[in-house]
Design a protein. Structure first.
Length: 240
């Protein structure tokens, strides 16, 4: 029976083991070539798109750096340059006569821009400057100048009366709107009517005090929130 079974399948060719092993090695090698050396075209397309996206972002970043203005550095970040700040002016004194800035020459001075109807910042600032001047040695150490930014309501009489409220010499100045606008520009002062005016705050304006030396050169500023010790140190340096 066994012999008959062998004769029955004698015509079927036998698959040699060595041939099958070679075939499987070829298939395995073919698979490695596809997955490792020749990735599908869809994958290559995705990689190319990703690389182009990186290039585009790099170009856009470089263009932005070239086109966006650089932030100002140096003295311009805290105060205008000394060479272009301040300058000669002529306004109207509390006696109704022209007042030239030449009258300030030879002595340091502190100049402040405000208005007589100001509710708190202006009187507080001027009172503080009087106190600092007394601490620095007295009324003859430097001049305090008050310039109104509201000439329509602050004439010579008003600025004179206002300056007299502080019981210490303060030079009160006014002028025409054109004169005031010119001086504001010279000294870098911001001032405009309030969009939502309330009594005492009809005008929004810079609250800095500007300090100038005997030669009329800008030295520094004193801000409302600056500690008294720091402000006094600046004044002492100004008059020293």
């Amino acid at each position: 029976m066994i012999s008959a079974g062998r004769d029955k399948f004698a015509h079927v060719p036998l698959l040699r083991l060595d041939s099958f092993s070679a075939w499987t090695r070829r298939q395995s090698s073919s698979c490695r070539l596809v997955t490792q050396e020749n990735p599908p075209r869809s994958k290559l397309k995705q990689v190319r798109l990703f690389l182009w996206l990186i290039v585009a972002l790099a170009v856009a970043g470089a263009a932005a750096l070239l086109l966006i203005p650089r932030a100002a550095t140096g003295p311009h970040t805290s105060a205008p340059a000394q060479s272009s700040f301040g300058g000669p002016f002529t306004l109207i004194g509390s006696d109704g006569t022209p007042f030239s800035s030449a009258r300030l020459a030879g002595e340091p001075y502190a100049i402040y821009f405000g208005f007589t109807r100001c509710g708190d910042v202006c009187p507080t600032t001027l009172s503080r400057m009087v106190k600092l001047r007394n601490q620095a040695g007295g009324e003859d150490k430097f001049n305090i100048v008050f310039v109104t930014i509201d000439p329509a309501n602050d004439g010579p009489k008003e600025v004179g009366q206002y300056a007299g409220l502080f019981n210490s010499p303060i030079i009160g100045l006014t002028g025409s709107q054109a004169q005031i606008d010119k001086v504001k520009k010279q000294y870098g002062i911001f001032a405009e009517p309030s969009h939502h005016p309330v009594p005492g705050k009809e005008v929004e304006h810079s609250a800095l005090v500007l300090l100038f030396d005997r030669d009329g050169k800008f030295q520094t500023t004193i801000s409302p929130d600056e500690p008294d010790a720091a402000a006094l140190a600046k004044v002492m340096l100004l008059v020293g």
